[in-house]
Ligand binder design. Structure first.
Ligand code: KIV
Ligand code: ZN
Length: 513
């Protein structure tokens, strides 16, 4: 019997962007969206257009760029948000508008200060406004996991009647347990009289580490859309991880009556892209996309895998896109080869000037590193975009670092501040610490360093190090990134990038709803 389809709704660029410091530029969103499209994600939630002009433009740009996936925007259930969202997504070849209002007693009373009957009226009005832009309308009763079941049945029946075509049931605070959440979906499908007129979707948060388990339990109880994010990125402890949902359903086809149409070989490239852009590293033991997910350490395991892979592996590394770390380009590669590889990676530079600048960077890198992989190209383009952000207040001109056993390390830098070159130097407990202290002596930001992390982009000691620096100041949290074969240089670039984001008026607060 033919399997039903499980729709994959990716919200990396909306809920994922709500992680502290994970906000993405328009260009970054387009790159992620193209990768999601290549992966055959059904629906891409590109952002929250009413949050700011920048968000509106990003969602609209994604809507224009993407042809094979549906592009969705999120709106609160009020006319202004919905009209803004409708304008942003209507240019898509397949648009969707997603609107939500809270339905749990605590949210209605303390946050909305509305009576339940008013919440139903507002939700119905919202669906009608949304339908003026598209007939593909999704409704979410926020905090459904803690809402009264009778009230949920009433509001859902009314919004379906008003024209909602997908009902998304969120466990907004990650409170439910798998069996309970599965039963919630089953009960709603049984009790809502017009339940068969909508697709049932779920959106689970990971506060108790149960987002994937809850989503899968919902699928076993009739949900046919799962909202998820690459690497499980998302508000607080994150959302259900797309890669885990897709591979659980695919690997356990004996248990699921449905399957996705995802091209799983694009999962690891998507994971690396999102991690690089947001600065959220992937933990090595993360399922599917962690560096150790397919590494067998114990002798018994290694022996078993060599004799017969399935003794210890339930899926292959190749099937999710590992081992795509293929050599792409080298020192002798020309401009055309460089450009066409960028195109294959979904990277379209918008001018000849941008291409020339990127090509120069590529040649500089190829002088330092013999083999250039796709991951190097992705990092190189991110760097290029970082340097072209508006309001680039500080820029690294040069850096010298010295460390010697028995001596205090020091770093000397030249930084350009609004075009004027400034020299600075400092000692530190290591060369990175010294470089940060030197930069601070010029910037005097007073920001607190929340996170410093280094990841190698490819393998080998000639790999570029990709550094993330998370800074916080006056309630704002920003992530800065830098990449270089020299990790002290990469670290200085990342620190400076974070300082520029703190300076930038364009960089908004975390787009919390
Ligand atoms: O977690 C949540 O409830 C949401 C909704 C807007 C779907 O993100
Ligand atoms: Zn959410």
């Amino acid at each position: 019997m033919a399997k039903e389809k499980l729709i994959i709704f990716d919200t990396t660029m909306r809920d994922g962007e709500q992680s502290p410091g994970a906000s993405m530029s328009r260009e970054e969103k387009i790159r992620i969206a193209r990768q999601l499209e290549r992966m055959r994600v059904d629906i891409i939630e590109a952002g929250f257009p009413a949050a700011s002009d920048g968000d509106f433009e990003s969602v609209q740009a994604v809507a224009r760029a993407i042809k094979d996936s549906t592009v969705c925007g999120l709106a609160r259930a009020n006319e202004k948000d919905i009209r803004r969202c409708g304008e942003a997504v209507r240019v898509a070849s397949s648009p969707r508008l997603h609107t939500f209002i809270a339905t749990s007693p605590i949210h209605m009373e303390k946050k909305l200060r509305m009576e339940p009957s008013q919440v139903i009226e507002q939700a119905v009005r919202a669906i009608k406004w949304a339908r003026e832009y598209t007939d593909n309308v999704e409704f979410s009763p926020e905090d459904a996991g803690r809402s009264d079941i009778d009230f949920l049945c009433r509001i859902i029946e009314q919004v379906i009647k008003a024209g909602a075509t997908t009902i998304n049931v969120p466990d907004t605070v990650g409170y439910t347990l798998p069996d309970q959440f599965g039963r919630l979906i089953k009960t709603l499908r049984e009790r809502v009289p017009n339940a068969d007129k909508a697709v049932w979707s779920v959106h689970c948060h990971n506060d108790l580490g149960l987002a994937v388990a809850n989503s899968l339990s919902a699928v076993l109880n009739g949900a046919r859309q799962v909202e998820c994010t690459i690497n499980g990125l998302g508000e607080r402890a994150g959302n259900a991880a797309l890669e885990e949902i897709v591979m659980a359903v695919r690997t356990r086809q004996d248990m699921f009556p449905c399957d996705t149409e995802i091209d799983a070989t694009q999962i690891v490239p998507a994971s690396k892209l999102v991690s690089g852009i947001t600065g959220y590293p992937v933990q090595p033991n993360k399922a599917i996309v962690g560096a150790n997910a397919f590494a067998h350490e114990s002798g018994i395991h290694q022996d078993g895998v060599l004799k017969h892979r399935e003794t210890y592996e339930i899926m292959s590394a190749e099937s999710v896109g590992w081992i795509t770390n293929r050599l792409t380009l080298g020192k002798l590669s020309g401009r055309n080869a460089f450009k066409s590889r960028l195109h294959e990676l979904g990277i379209m530079l918008d001018s000849e000037e941008a291409l020339n600048a990127a090509f120069k960077r590529f040649k500089d890198l190829a002088d330092k590193k013999r083999e250039i992989f796709d991951e190097d190209l992705q990092a190189l383009i991110s760097e290029e975009e970082i340097e072209h952000v508006e309001n680039e207040h500080f820029r690294l001109v040069s850096l010298t670092a010295h460390s010697e056993t028995g001596e205090l390390p020091f770093a000397r830098l030249v930084i350009s501040e609004d075009g004027a070159q400034r020299q600075c130097e400092a000692q530190g407990s290591g060369p990175v610490d010294a470089a940060f202290k030197a930069i601070e002596s010029v910037a005097r930001s007073g920001a607190s360093l929340l996170l410093y992390s280094v990841n190698n982009i490819t393998s080998g000691t000639d790999s570029q190090g990709e550094v993330t620096v998370r800074l916080s100041k006056n309630g704002r949290i920003v992530n800065g990134q830098g990449a270089d074969t020299d990790i002290v240089v990469a670290s200085a670039k990342a620190y400076i990038n974070a300082l520029n984001k703190l300076q930038s008026k364009l960089e908004r607060l975390n787009p919390q709803l």
